[in-house]
Design a protein around this ligand. Structure first.
Ligand SMILES: [Mn+2]
Length: 224
């Protein structure tokens, strides 16, 4: 089976509970659609768990990118005005627990975390259960997305989807990034499905459930 979850934001306990709930085994593939770190304090330990598994595919979110960029340049922040401003904004936007956990690691552990984060995909496409799926942290508006192969990677980590428009007739788009309650109040804490768009950030770090979807069956799983 193929599964997808997103926006773990350091919620290590919910992540582990979900792996147990879906009984993830070596024959399954789990996509994690970004924003693994920041806000919650378990981001680094989730990354270390993901790295230890061969069947987890990581896709890059805006928080993962910012954390990687700043932690990679940690020694230069003080003397670089642009980096210090980004660093200040990142800490304010949930980066503090990620920063504190990271600096407590050994140099080797830091190096392997950074190289793992740098390996994240921007998007992927996969077939399951007779359907085709496009997976990324987010997508830009429909007009741009119709030529997605030509777009810059940034569009897939900070783009703003038009959830009210059906982008493709022959495939589903699965994204995180925007808590589903902000897309439509009726989907607060639930996976959003409409217009061939499946949005799976239920807001786990904001005291909502962590959601996970099975691509083969479209079955939804939740843990509190
Ligand atoms: Mn995001």
């Amino acid at each position: 089976m193929i599964y997808a979850m997103s926006d773990l934001h350091g919620c290590y306990d919910k992540y582990i509970k979900m792996l147990e709930k879906i009984k993830l085994n070596d024959g399954d593939t789990l996509y994690i659609l970004g924003d693994i770190v920041d806000r919650g304090d378990g981001g680094i330990i989730i990354l270390q768990d993901m790295m230890s598994r061969k069947n987890v595919v990581a896709i890059k979110g805006n928080h993962d990118y910012m954390a990687w960029l700043l932690l990679k340049n940690i020694d230069d922040i003080e003397n670089n005005e642009r980096l210090s401003e980004m660093f200040r904004l990142w800490l304010f936007d949930g980066g503090m627990p990620t920063y504190e956990t990271f600096v407590a690691l050994s140099a080797d552990e830091q190096k392997s975390i950074l190289s793992y984060m740098n390996s994240f995909l921007i998007y992927d496409e996969v077939n399951a259960g007779g359907n085709r799926f496009f997976l990324s942290h987010t997508v830009p508006e429909k007009e741009r997305m119709l030529q997605f192969e030509k777009l810059l990677w940034q569009e897939f980590i900070v783009g703003e989807p038009e959830y009210d428009k059906q982008y493709f007739d022959d495939k589903y788009i699965i994204t995180g990034h925007t808590p589903t309650g902000f897309i439509d109040q009726n989907f607060t804490g639930k996976i959003y499905k409409a217009n061939n768009h499946i949005a799976i950030d239920c807001g786990a770090v904001f005291e909502k459930p962590l959601g996970c979807i099975c691509l083969d069956t479209l079955e939804e799983f939740y843990v509190e």
